[in-house]
Write a protein that binds this ligand. Structure first.
Ligand SMILES: *[C@@H]1O[C@H](CO)[C@@H](O)[C@H](O)[C@H]1NC(C)=O
Length: 521
């Protein structure tokens, strides 16, 4: 086996030259890092020299994987205010979420990352790169590094689709079926849903383009030295990105039309590992003869911050269950829990969700957990709080593998009723297993797909031919507006002429008639 690997590696290094790759994922939210870490690691495993700008450090990695660590202050510290109780964010409007969190947070984290000594050292060195990969998430100043190193740019999303990218690269927008990725929308396909989707997509686009990007450009000028002149603006850099990898998949998210340079890599963080569960957990899961309810609200939303009355509702319901409950609980102890409830501050989630005894996953609908549940064939009860969570959970409901429970509707009665459906019947579980099979039914794994297209871009010097020819047209030619106006005008003129002729003919006929009449009389 070792020999085969060595032979493959030699083959690889001979026929696909090892590239110098810069991978920029400095965002300090752990879920973002988890969703994207495998790409850099895999590229280095395949022989590329990978330099990663990151907030989290890997301990085990190939020697050609170099980590440039940013001074990871948390999102809240960078924003300069105390971490709020994340459950309170369930009430924020999408506008406020962008204005108060995403935009200022993005700017603060970009500045923190750019100013980090290790990053400055890299930027001032004479490093050269053949490809720049960056997360697509409110840190656009970094995109200019593609220009600095004269390398193609590839972007990766840690959530699903990217509406503004579609807009700039002239991918069809499909507003009637594709919702702006962070918009909480109750009925996306209704008239008001579609109106709101269009409104918010444009609202975000304009603020981003005319306000936010100018702030990013200030940061870019302040912190990135030796940029070749003239410096293109950040919209043009994003527009000219060679590749966009989006973390979604049509088998479970809805089907979308894409240009060839937008590629779905949904579930890219889920790799087959041989890790076994810790012994004690394995025993707990194996011995739970009525099954297990797994509760985890992710790395950012903390269950221990639940208000008392909601926490009590959970505890009361769990006390009434025969199932074992495994609950990620961030404080030392959980007062008043029944014996069937096991809490810890951290669980190996992916492996837990792969255990056959898991009946249901109570989650906030974050993308990573949702993908891991789909992968493991586990139904979800989702309590969305902010961001993309509601959209993820809509997909889950539509797939028939879970249900949404609104935060404000959490009480003992609702929770018990809903949970009973999941633990006492296996309809959801059966469906979840079916969906899991189709999620995995792909020509290549998500990670192989990502790596293939990244290497493709390197091999083909940025593959500019993958871009839409519509980029060369101005907007009215692209939207066919000139042709529609031409047709409308021609049609109107023709109608006008025809009507005029008809009136004229009618007049002649009438005069003839009256002439005949007058002759007869
Ligand atoms: C690989 O990347 C590191 C860190 O960016 C750099 O110091 C080194 O020179 C690179 N190696 C090669 C062979 O290009």
């Amino acid at each position: 086996m070792v020999r085969l690997n060595t032979i493959l590696l030699v083959f690889y290094l001979t026929f696909c030259h090892a590239a110098n790759i810069l991978y920029i994922i400095p965002f300090t939210a752990k879920s973002h890092y988890i969703s994207m870490r495998t790409i850099g690691l895999e590229l280095s495993r395949r022989g590329h020299n990978v330099t990663v700008i990151t907030a989290y450090k890997e301990n085990e990695h190939p020697p050609n994987y170099h980590q440039i660590k940013v001074q990871a202050t948390s999102v809240w510290d960078s924003l300069g205010f105390e971490r709020p109780n994340v459950f309170s964010m369930a009430d924020l409007s999408d506008e406020v979420f962008h204005q108060n969190f995403l935009w200022p947070g993005g700017l603060a984290i970009t500045e923190m990352a750019l100013a980090s000594p290790a990053v400055q050292e890299l930027l001032r060195s004479d490093a050269k790169f053949d490809l720049v990969i960056s997360e697509q998430f409110f840190q656009e100043a970094f995109y200019v590094l593609a220009h600095k190193y004269e390398a193609p740019l590839a972007l990766v999303t840690s959530f699903g689709n990217c509406m503004k990218h579609n807009f700039f690269i002239r991918n069809p927008l499909q507003w009637s079926t594709v919702t702006y990725e962070l918009l909480m929308l109750d009925n996306p396909k209704s008239f008001f849903g579609r109106l709101r989707n269009m409104y918010f997509s444009l609202y975000e686009l304009f603020w981003w383009k005319y306000w936010y990007l100018s702030k990013q450009e200030e940061l870019m000028r302040k912190y990135i030295p030796a940029l070749p002149q003239p410096i293109p603006n950040l919209v043009d850099i994003q527009k000219n990105a060679s590749l966009m990898l989006v973390n979604r998949h049509f088998s479970v998210d809805s089907s979308i039309a894409y240009l060839p340079n937008v590629v779905e890599i949904g579930g890219v963080h889920i790799t087959k590992t041989n890790t076994t569960l810790p012994k004690d957990l394995q025993t707990i899961l194996d011995e739970a003869k009525h099954g297990v309810v797994y509760v985890n609200f992710g790395s950012n939303v903390r269950s221990s911050e639940l208000p008392d009355e909601k926490k009590q509702a959970f505890l009361n319901v769990f006390r009434r269950l025969r199932q074992t409950v495994i609950w990620k609980w961030e404080d030392d102890e959980l007062k008043g829990k029944s014996d069937n409830v096991i809490t810890r501050q951290w669980f190996p989630q992916k492996d837990i969700l792969n255990h056959p005894n898991i009946k249901v996953f109570i989650s906030h609908g974050g993308l990573i957990g949702t993908q891991e549940a789909i992968y493991g064939g586990v139904p979800i009860i989702g309590i969305p709080i902010y961001g993309d969570q509601l959209n993820n959970l809509f997909s889950i409901e539509e797939l028939g593998i879970g249900r949404i429970l609104r935060y404000h509707d959490i009480n003992e009665e609702n929770l018990f009723e809903l949970l009973s459906e999941f633990v006492n019947t296996d309809a959801y579980k059966k469906k979840a297993e079916e969906v899991s099979r189709r999620y995995l039914d792909r020509p290549m794994s998500a990670l192989d797909t990502a790596v293939f297209w990244l290497e493709y871009v390197i091999r083909n010097n940025g593959a500019p031919y993958m871009k839409s020819p519509a980029l060369e047209l101005n907007w009215w030619a692209y939207t066919m507006l000139d042709v529609y106006i031409f047709l409308a005008v021609t049609l109107t003129l023709t109608m006008f002429v025809i009507i005029k002729i008809l009136i004229f003919v009618k007049m002649i006929l009438m005069t003839q008639k009256s002439n005949i009449k007058s002759k007869k009389s």
